[in-house]
Design a protein around this ligand. Sequence first.
Ligand code: AMP
Length: 299
Amino acid sequence: MEFVVTAAEARARYQGTVGLVPTMGFLHEGHVSLIERARNSAETVMVSLFVNPLQFNDPNDLARYPRDLERDAEVCRRAGADLLLVPKVDDMLPAHTRVRVEGVTAPMEGSRRPGHFEGVATIVAVLLASLRPDLALFGRKDAQQLAVVTTVCADLGFPVRVVACPTVREPDGLALSSRNVFLSGPERRAAGELSAGLFAAAEAVEAGGERSSGRLAEIVRGHLEGIDVEYVALAAQTDAALLSVLDRPAFLAVAASFGSTRLIDNVAFDAVGDGGFQTDRGVRLEHPSVLVGQPAGSG
Ligand code: AMP
């Protein structure tokens, strides 16, 4: 695997089709699953690692975002990446241009984190324009982000195939996140209820035929008593429009804080013929994540 700093250096090393996995580093098995998926689908696999200052609406969150480049390089190498791009901030932030996406960015994360999706969309556009990958792989864990990225690619005509990959979870269901390292023992145990609530709602859809978003949200909230829940919402996969009834491909999303750590999760409902839905709950690791340990230098 080669380490590169500029898009031009990366492009000079391409062979055949190129799959890009954009990340903010502190990699875990969720990122690994994206890299492995890219490995199966493209001849050159590139991981970009950039802690994007534009997408942090909270400066404290940016300051404490975990970083460990040496370990990330080893994770990329083992997962089969060919190139690891770690660009300079000055090369990534456009001097005059920001990409503002309407509609799909309005609810949920967009309303709670002002400027977040503008930051995401701007950097994704810079990556796609400068790296010109054939495929770009994103996790369903960030379902609204996926809808934003798909919208940007369609609207701006980026000739890239966006590939959505399932959420990778701890054995108890907690979605892997670089932020999980901040959870104390009790917070970590409580955080397991996020996915438990989502899975219970998924069960109500699959087994009970439940279609009401209000009812589904109640089921999730029933698991989160005493927890600081920001929202539980059912939204369309394509444009993140809030739905009162599950009548199209959608995702049931939740955001909640555990101490000072804010987590998001969702389950996706994919259409399967004659009005039915199949839930994508993601995949669970057999053993607890070995990568979401303590950040270097902590403790
Ligand atoms: P991040 O480094 O958090 O910006 O994430 C980089 C990419 O990895 C995004 O496309 C995320 O959706 C994806 N990702 C993050 N966590 C997971 C997970 N648990 N399972 C699958 N993909 C994930």
